[in-house]
Write a protein that binds this ligand. Structure first.
Ligand SMILES: Nc1ncnc2c1ncn2[C@@H]1O[C@H](COP(=O)(O)OP(=O)(O)OP(=O)(O)O)[C@@H](O)[C@H]1O
Length: 501
């Protein structure tokens, strides 16, 4: 297949593409060309229009104007199926894999192999075994897809897309839920597919990854193209410049403000806590500190946060909060004791989609904005405006959060918890999907909150993020949280990774 594709060439081009929602243009007459055998990194700030472009190319949205050219000929797709029939597949962050179906059933959903009118299970299984082996995915074809790790699930979806004959593979922030070794494998797969003639587009906020994997870079800015160039000699600083519009000399926060790993008073004393995947964790958390919890997905670190906030059942253990016993029960009770929790599942637990940005930002602090029987709408607006400006949420504050881009939704949730002024903030993947400018602001805010005395427990799958913000790091491995915690000054990416695997 590969040689044929490479010889055949093949291109997918956008020409003068416009997309408006109501009257507002979000893509403003753009054009660029994707070619067989090459990897294009599609970059840009939150809300720049990247996902909208993927939706248009993948048949999930119709453009308001402009033309899509496939191998030079105009095409239009009314549905994702039509795009797929033309060899274009999008792998979204939220995978389409159905967790309780086996790998084989997921593979052949709505396209079973039949023989004499009957589903040919043996042929389907044999086909899946071959396809998994061809792409080096070591998984049981008869197991439920839900048993796979996030990285394997994503690989399965990519293999399914290729099996359907996709020659244009569009990946939406494919590494955001993966651990370091899964990221390496994914980027290697992308290069291998390109070498075999597939055109791959990767949407990402991780500039290092973009430079590591791409031949071609397109940067979108406010619905326009800010850069369309060969990867060539471009540096991360160059990309950051095209994305944000300014050059910034970043001072790593951890170096700018070296602080002792262990502060004064013990804020939280956790003994032998078991909940979900977290087994017998014992941690002493000091007030005014940023505590990084690092581990691969499912290693127990997020379960610990969920247990503290009363959304995951505690199997055992004792917790002392500020010197008095704390038995988590419900989120309401946790809020009353000063906890806030930014979940890593923003769609399910993070915001109310059909409420405005402003209202979502004050959602966890309604009491503070109440004035007797009334609600101080002006004070709310001032707070929402201040947060939106700091985190560069560019959409009107009266917009419903449902209509925001993924990264901007994440910023709203973060703004909500900063507004809530919780004394103990539990943050699971606080910068997931957030662009580089806002990520630096979120890191700055986390450090400011700690400097003002708040305590923050931060789970992140990015070692660099942990090293940037944490005063002390605890590593989780298979549910076990190792030892005392590593002070920031002694923590290194390599050793954290080794401890987590
Ligand atoms: N249904 C909709 N109605 C109104 N505006 C919308 C709708 N869907 C998307 N938008 C707007 O389109 C703009 C582009 O969104 P898009 O999701 O393409 O951004 P993005 O570059 O992918 O951002 P991110 O990096 O955060 O994922 C945003 O301002 C968003 O609010």
């Amino acid at each position: 297949m590969s040689a044929v594709l490479a010889e055949r060439g093949g291109s997918l081009a956008l020409s003068g593409i416009v997309k408006r929602y109501d009257a507002a243009p979000v893509v403003r007459g753009i054009g660029f060309t994707l070619r067989a055998g090459r990897v294009t990194a599609l970059l840009g700030h939150n809300g720049a229009g990247k996902s909208t472009v993927l939706k248009i190319l993948g048949g999930a949205e119709r453009p308001t104007g402009g033309t899509i050219l496939l191998d030079g000929a105009p095409v239009g797709f009314a549905t994702p199926r039509e795009a797929e029939a033309h060899g274009i597949a999008v792998v979204w962050q939220e995978l389409r894999i159905i967790e309780n179906l086996t790998l084989v059933r997921n593979f052949f959903l709505n396209r079973e192999i039949t023989r004499a009118g009957l589903v040919d299970r043996a042929a389907m299984r044999a086909h899946v075994v071959r396809a998994l082996a061809a792409h080096g995915l070591d998984a049981d074809p008869d197991a439920p897809a839900g048993d796979l790790s996030p990285g394997d699930r994503q690989m399965l979806e990519i293999i399914i897309a290729l099996d359907k004959g996709s020659r244009f593979l569009l990946l939406d922030e494919p590494t955001s839920a993966l651990n370091a070794s899964e990221i390496t494998r994914l980027l290697e797969t992308v290069r291998r597919l390109a070498a075999a003639g597939t055109c791959v587009v990767i949407v990402t906020h991780k500039l290092g990854e973009a430079l590591a994997v791409a031949d071609h870079v397109v940067v979108m800015k406010d619905g326009d193209i800010a850069l369309d160039a060969e990867r060539g000699e471009l540096s991360e600083a160059d990309l950051a410049y095209y994305i944000t519009g300014h050059r910034r000399e970043a001072t790593p926060l951890a170096e700018a403000a070296p602080r002792s790993a262990f502060g004064g008073d013990t804020m939280l004393d956790i003994r032998d806590l078991s909940a979900g995947n977290c087994l017998d964790a014992s941690l002493e958390i000091h007030a005014g500190r940023v505590v990084g919890l690092y581990g691969v997905a499912g290693a127990g670190q997020v379960d610990l946060l969920e247990a503290l906030f009363g959304v995951r059942k505690l199997r055992g253990g004792r917790i002392t909060l500020n010197g008095t016993p704390y038995i988590p029960s419900t989120p309401r009770a946790a809020l009353a004791r000063g906890f806030g929790f930014l979940t890593d599942d923003r769609k399910r637990n993070g915001f109310i989609p059909d409420m405005t940005i402003s209202k979502n930002i004050v959602l966890a602090s309604i009491r503070r904005f109440a004035r007797g029987p009334w609600f101080d709408a002006d004070a709310c607006d001032i707070q929402a405006k201040a947060m939106a400006s700091r985190l560069a949420i560019r959409s009107p504050l009266t917009m419903h959060v449902r209509r925001l881009s993924g990264g901007n939704q994440q910023k709203v949730i973060f703004a909500k918890w900063v507004t809530a002024k919780s004394r103990i903030l539990l943050l699971a993947e606080p910068t997931k999907g957030v662009d580089i400018g806002a990520k630096a602001e979120i890191h700055g805010l986390i450090r400011e909150l700690a400097a003002s005395g708040d305590t923050l427990l931060v789970c992140s799958s990015e070692i660099e993020e942990i090293l940037e913000i944490a005063d002390v790091v605890h590593v989780f491995r298979h549910g076990v949280c190792a030892g005392q915690g590593i002070p920031r000054a002694e923590a290194e990416a390599k050793s954290l990774l080794a401890l987590s695997l």
